[in-house]
Design a protein around this ligand. Structure first.
Ligand code: ZN
Length: 203
């Protein structure tokens, strides 16, 4: 993938114009679901998780598999408000993932939305919310007004990390898309092991 020149303007961090949030209140379940009218939620999920998987491999971050969930098995976030469609199964706590290399882990966390933006041209904001929460949990910065503490750990601004990670995603868009295509071909619920991701990237 060719690299486009120059620094990315700040509005790159804004979500898709066509992204919208559906709030469904059904009995005891409050389910917030995001969607994209252009690409569909499933394609976004596959590209997002492929971005994390490729970034994990590039940053030496261990994971067991990329897994999708059906409704019954899906982990819930934010007191059950969010339901994950797919995730990287790290088999480790956020602390164990973030502490050895907080900056690499931050790029890894950003890689999901960066992959969506680089491959699809837009992204679904809730994905980043969950990823940021994961990193903050692992770095011990879950308190309010934590931006200073976060940037002290990172050593530079969050936007600089975003721009770097977005450039990485653009340069690696073909690798990310190759993995996303395989994820999209599976019958839900699926599971693709790290070794399988590595094999896709070798081909
Ligand atoms: Zn989209």
């Amino acid at each position: 993938m060719g690299r486009r020149s120059g620094r990315r303007p700040r509005e790159r961090l804004s979500p898709a114009r066509n992204a919208h949030t559906l709030v469904t209140v059904a009995g005891q379940e409050d389910l917030i679901e995001s969607d994209c009218a252009t690409h569909g939620l499933e394609r976004h999920v596959c590209v997002h998780e492929a971005g994390h998987a490729v970034a994990a491999i590039d940053h030496g971050i261990d994971f067991r598999a990329v897994v999708s969930y059906d409704d019954a098995s899906a982990p819930r976030f934010m007191d059950g408000l969010y339901q994950a469609a797919a995730a990287l199964d790290m088999s480790r706590t956020p602390q164990e993932v973030v502490e050895p290399d907080p900056r690499g882990a931050f790029r890894f966390a950003l890689a999901g939305v960066a992959a969506e933006r680089a491959v699809l041209g837009d992204y679904i904001l809730q994905g980043w919310d969950q990823d940021f929460r994961f990193w903050r949990s692992g770095s011990g910065t879950t308190h309010e007004n934590a931006q200073e503490a976060i940037e002290a750990i990172l050593g530079k601004g969050i936007m600089e990390f975003w721009e770097e990670t977005y450039e990485w995603a653009e340069e690696n868009a073909a690798r990310i898309e190759a993995v996303a295509d395989v994820l999209g071909q599976q019958e839900t619920p699926w599971e693709i092991l790290r070794e399988q991701v590595e094999a896709i990237l070798r081909d």
